[in-house]
Design a protein around this ligand. Structure first.
Ligand code: MSP
Length: 469
């Protein structure tokens, strides 16, 4: 069986999971289920990013011992992922002893490309990222993502010589060896790469004590991004294990804000280690709320638990997988959410109820679902246009409703019962065929539909799949 590997960004554990974090997981889950449908064995990694000054300061502010703080919050993310109906195969915490030890080994392997220098410049603690003087000036000294002033750093750090790999990285991106989706982000990043300086990859221990010690230098800890990016391979057992069965990853899923770390620093690290680059980087858009940017640091976050508790997991997945774009920003409002729920109930819930009722009345036996090729659907999926792929499935569902209205099996049953039966059999077959792909997006719903129609005696569910409030 062909093996493949998908990764998700590992969130900082300085707060609770928020709505934005759901996007990484949902997209990864859809891709995983799609690949499994194609007969592949898929490894899906998730994890938590637990070092750095931002997390350390938050624990201190709350007066919680740092270990307890990261343990509790990491657990919340694990629960959150499960609450979305997402199944991962590997979970990595950057405070795991294995991860820490492997990161140090990675550092040592990169030593030919590392040098020490003095850094003087700007840093955003929200991004845990350095910015150039130019970016600092363009943003009037305030990080546009976190709305907080950059802090001035003046310290001695280790650097990774990005210059050693720039040409190779540019080539890989330009030629789609490491393909960045969407294309406009690829172009955006290629522009950024031109002026990309060497990156600082450590911080003085007296500034940041919560980090992985730099091997051979007690006074420094690793920059949190070096530690975090390594997770994608430490979780596979690198460097002790041969990871060639899983690496390179097929797709690494990240939010648009962290593409630059994944398209710049990460490939430099991989090239320095002599490892191949991931085949695809998928940068998704942001979820806004009522048109406003949402972030932990700004404090306007919507608790996904509130959305989940309203109608359950499947309506949540329906909204964010069909009505949010895979690559553009997308907005959430409660009104839109209710409208989306009604659509789910009207289009799919009613279809199942009506069709099962008609089948029962006319004693139509169930059948087994079958996956038929669908080139349009595969085309959208291969371009990571998941929401458009879902639209195709939905149009097919709406079409079944239309066919029932037009074919009127209840009327036919009175005059030509055999024809009515044939019409129903064909509708059930088509629904079960569509259901194979619906399962990628709404697995629980699809399992219920299979339970209803893949049996000898079709019986409508006692409560509709999506009850109206
Ligand atoms: N710890 C880093 C990632 C390290 S990966 C080696 C980080 N963490 S984060 O908690 O800030 O973000 C985690 C993921 O959530 C990222 O992919 C980020 O883009 C995504 N999102 C954060 N806010 C988001 C929205 N409002 N909308 C959609 N995704 C968002 O960055």
């Amino acid at each position: 069986m062909e093996k493949t590997y998908i990764t998700t960004a590992i969130p900082y554990v300085n707060g609770n999971p928020h709505l934005g974090h759901a996007m990484d997981y949902l997209l990864a889950d859809v891709l995983r289920r799609y690949m499994m449908l194609q007969g592949k064995e898929v490894r899906l990694q998730a994890g938590t990013d637990e070092h750095g000054s931002k997390i350390f300061k938050k624990a201190a502010e709350l007066n919680i011992p740092i270990r307890d703080f990261v343990d509790n919050n990491s657990k919340k993310f694990q629960d959150f992922i499960h609450s979305l109906g997402v199944e991962y195969t590997d979970f990595v915490r950057t405070t795991d002893a294995d991860h820490e030890r492997r990161c140090q080994a990675i550092w040592e392997k990169l030593s030919d490309h590392i040098y020490k220098d003095k850094y003087e410049g700007w840093y955003c603690e929200g991004c845990e990222g350095f910015v150039t003087d130019k970016e600092h000036a363009e943003n009037d000294g305030i990080c546009p993502d976190h709305k907080k002033p950059y802090i001035k750093l003046s310290e001695e750090n280790y650097y990774l010589r990005i210059a050693d790999f720039k040409d190779q990285i540019r080539d890989a991106i330009e030629n789609d060896v490491m393909k960045i989706t969407p294309t406009f982000r690829k172009k955006e990043f290629l522009n950024l790469l031109k002026d990309m300086p060497d990156v600082s990859i450590s911080r003085p221990k007296e500034q940041v004590e919560w980090g992985i010690p730099v091997p051979g230098d007690e006074s420094q800890v690793m920059y949190v991004w070096i530690d975090a990016l390594s997770n994608y391979i430490t979780v596979l057992g690198y460097p002790e294990k041969d990871i060639s069965a899983d690496w390179p990853a097929d797709t690494q899923i990240v939010g648009k804000d962290i593409l630059r770390f994944h398209a710049g620093i990460w490939p430099a690290m991989l090239l320095g280690l002599g490892l191949p680059l991931p085949k695809n980087l998928l940068a998704h858009g942001f979820i806004t709320v009522n048109g406003e940017k949402m972030s932990k640091s700004i404090g306007n976050v919507i608790d996904p638990v509130d959305i989940l508790s309203k109608h359950g997991i499947m309506p949540f997945r329906y909204y964010f997988l069909r009505h949010a774009s895979t690559t553009e920003d997308s907005d959430f409002t409660w009104d839109k959410y209710e409208a989306s729920y009604n659509e789910l109930a009207n289009d799919l819930g009613n279809l199942v109820q009506r069709l099962a009722t008609l089948c029962k009345k006319n004693e139509v036996a169930g059948t087994k679902g079958e996956l038929k090729a669908d080139a349009d659907f595969d085309g959208r999926m291969s371009k990571y246009e998941f929401n458009f792929a879902f639209d195709i499935v939905w149009a097919q569902i709406q079409n079944l409703n239309k066919r029932i209205d037009e074919e009127k099996p209840w009327a036919l049953a009175k005059t030509e019962p055999e024809k009515a039966k044939d019409a129903l059999v064909s509708l059930v077959q088509d629904l079960l065929n569509i259901n194979e792909r619906l399962a990628i997006f709404l697995p629980e719903t699809a399992a219920k539909i299979a339970g209803i129609f893949e049996t000898e005696q079709i019986t409508p569910p006692e409560t509709p799949l999506f009850p109206k409030a």
